[in-house]
Design a protein around this ligand. Structure first.
Ligand code: N01
Length: 539
């Protein structure tokens, strides 16, 4: 039995994870005079941006938006060099924030949490670490991330491969030199699509093993225009506020007022061309108001992108394989790329279709497909994704002395109230949990929203002498039903996406993010608080 370390025994809040959400939670809760400790599995802070160091890793939200809003001096002083931040730039920014606000003194690095247990007699959460340490506090914040549990495919012989093996979500800090090597990339989601053009430039030969083609739009990355930056900074405070009244939590994109069918074919084409030239995904998805609601409307946008792929990729067979045809555009995370489709015109790049001819097994020297063909490679990069949204919390044994366990509770899919708390697990707050708009919005502001909600709830409890807060089961059931109804009114459930849990064999097929929009969601949260934390039981 692990001992409670005495110097931590008077903690008020335990935070699990020191990514974007966990770091802001330290700052916010410290301002309330609380004693906090954050535990982080990595040997540095930054979460996603600490782990995903693969070549080409870059955010798909523009850098002026993808940053903290809680401190105006910070947002005025920080200079982003490009339209979209690279992983090293974003990690540098996060480390700057950690230093600037002296956050690191409350972070214990290289510490993975194994269990978290709530005791209803003491109203304390006790966590244990893999090193055997145990620590208790009245409140526990799960800042564990949505895409933080990398997954390798379950394919026979994977451990027999004797070459170099990498996962995009666990990329070595020192980088990888593929010069002169034959490389295989498995997976063509955002991580694959971003890394493929850069690996292709270095490798002797690159084989891309594609099971499902995805839609990708040009990012049109460029150095940040100084005039745009000046104007953005001038309007920062108002833009951040306005972001909460938008569907995706990003201001500056006027929502469309027309349905696709209301435009003539020529007008539609010109509209899509303009969006294609502009770059970015929100602008494209805002071409018409029914693109994510109506299949025929969506087909017009999907067809346009398929045409672009065919016009870019010279070999018609490769082009056809790269054309997505199993899901409407936007129902999987829309990818932003730099020269992805152009890369298939290089002589040293081969696209291998593992949909019609799946990988049978790995061998010591490479991989073998079902028809018996074999590919010998020096290195494999697995761009095979994550156990998204629920994986990180399910990896921790979260339970209570009343017999509740998060793995059992979420066996048929996640259940939460507002994506913030879970009935049966008092005083446990989630940062951008399932059934919140987190991954369907600007994640840093989504983290700020949830941290502020938790911090205000804790302040409310302390002020009113309350020791326990959790959702009422009826409120949670209502929110789950509402989530499913909203998702079912869209095209999202048509895709086999990680939003649906469909990328993990055996995971329940439930649409996990809230897609009613940031505005509807934040209004709901505000109403809940204004009505005395309606739907929560406070004791
Ligand atoms: O992962 P994914 P990702 N055999 O799950 C394939 C965010 N992100 O790391 O579709 C063969 O999207 C799988 O094929 P299929 C962003 O939100 C953001 O790329 O299951 N293939 C798919 O092609 C993103 O959506 C940024 O048939 C297998 C790929 O692996 C999310 O992270 C950058 C397989 C996985 O794609 C996840 O992106 C990077 C198997 N057994 C990531 N198993 C930016 O901000 C899986 N695959 C830009």
């Amino acid at each position: 039995m692990a001992a409670v370390s005495m110097d931590e025994s008077d903690l008020d809040v335990i935070i699990i994870g020191a990514g974007v959400g966990g770091l802001y939670a330290i700052h916010k809760l410290r301002q309330q005079g609380l004693k906090i400790r954050a535990y982080e599995a990595g040997d540095g802070v930054g979460g996603t941006w600490f782990w995903n160091r693969y070549p080409g890793c870059r955010c798909d939200v523009e850098s002026m938006e993808y940053s903290y809003s809680f401190d105006d001096d910070l947002q005025q002083e920080w200079k982003w060099p490009e339209r979209y931040g690279t992983q090293p730039e974003i990690l540098r920014y996060i480390n700057h924030v950690a230093e600037r606000f002296d956050l690191l003194r409350d972070v214990q690095l290289s510490t993975r949490i194994k269990t978290a247990r709530f005791d209803s007699k003491t109203n304390l959460w006790t966590i244990t670490t893999e090193q055997g340490e145990a620590v208790s506090a009245p409140y526990c914040i799960m800042a564990t991330g949505n895409l933080s549990t990398p997954r390798f495919p379950q394919i026979e012989g994977i451990d027999d491969f004797e070459g170099e093996k990498y996962h995009t979500g666990l990329w070595p800090k020192e980088g990888v030199d593929f010069s002169g090597k034959i490389v295989g990339v498995i997976g063509t989601g955002s991580s694959g699509v971003q890394s493929i053009p850069l690996i292709a430039k270095q490798a002797k030969h690159l084989y891309v093993f594609q099971r499902t083609a995805n839609f990708s739009l040009p990012a049109r990355n460029a150095p940040l225009d100084p005039e745009k930056e000046r104007k953005h900074k001038e309007e920062y405070v108002e833009r951040r506020k306005a972001a909460y009244s938008t569907p995706f939590g990003i201001a500056g994109y006027p929502p469309p007022d027309k349905r696709a069918a209301e435009a003539e074919a020529e007008e539609r084409r010109a509209n899509y061309e303009a969006k294609w030239a502009e770059g970015g995904s929100i602008s494209f998805l805002f071409a018409y108001k029914d693109l994510l609601l109506n299949k025929e409307a969506n087909d017009t946008a999907s067809d346009f992108v398929r045409e672009k792929i065919r016009a870019t990729v010279k070999d018609p067979i490769t082009a056809e394989l790269l054309c997505p045809n199993d899901h409407p555009i936007g129902t999987k995370r829309l990818i932003l790329d730099t020269d992805y489709y152009e890369t298939y015109n290089r002589d040293n790049v081969t696209l291998v279709d593992i949909r019609s001819n799946p990988i049978e097994q790995f061998t010591a020297t490479g991989l073998q497909l079902t028809d018996g063909s074999a590919y010998d490679v020096d290195a494999i990069s697995f761009a095979t994704g994550f156990d998204a949204m629920t994986g990180a919390m399910r990896d921790i044994d979260i339970n209570t002395d009343q017999g509740n366990n998060i793995r059992d509770k979420w066996e048929d899919g996640p259940r939460s109230y507002l994506g913030i708390m879970v009935a049966g697990f008092p005083n446990m707050f989630m940062i951008t949990g399932p059934q919140s708009p987190g991954v369907k919005s600007q994640m840093i502001m989504a983290c700020e929203w949830h941290v502020d909600f938790a911090a205000n709830a804790i302040a409310h409890m302390r002020k009113n002498g309350l020791s326990r807060m959790e959702p009422e089961v009826s409120a949670e059931n209502g929110w789950v039903t509402h989530n499913n109804e909203v998702a079912d009114s869209t095209l999202y459930p048509l895709a086999n996406s990680w939003y649906m849990g469909a990328n993990i064999p055996g995971k329940p097929r439930i649409f996990m993010p809230y897609v009613g929009g940031v505005e509807a969601y934040t209004n709901k949260c505000n109403d809940v608080v204004a009505n005395g934390y309606e739907g929560f039981s406070l004791a």
